[in-house]
Write a protein that binds this ligand. Sequence first.
Ligand code: SF4
Ligand code: SF4
Length: 97
Amino acid sequence: MDDIQEFCRSLEDLTPEERDEELERFKSQCICPICPTYNDCAKKEGELLFCIIGKSDECIKDRNDCMCPPCPFARRLDFGAVHNTYCIRGSELEQKK
Ligand code: SF4
Ligand code: SF4
């Protein structure tokens, strides 16, 4: 089992409230707001951590660049820089399938 699967499994063991708290904590480590693809709509909706939560609901449709490969959170979970653009393509686990 790799780090991303362990991480997602650890979230499943939490109550919904604990999970939301944990996701909020990790959102603070997400560097999407400095990416040219990130937009005002995503900011207003508080959309972040697409690599775990999944793609943007309605806000982000066009890719300009992606800052995910050097993101400290992605490196910590050892994503391997194979996948990116999670806001449009879906989470790391979804792209691995
Ligand atoms: S890998 Fe991308 S989506 Fe995930 S936390 Fe980092 S910048 Fe945000
Ligand atoms: S997931 Fe990647 S492309 Fe999308 S906003 Fe975050 S850094 Fe930019």
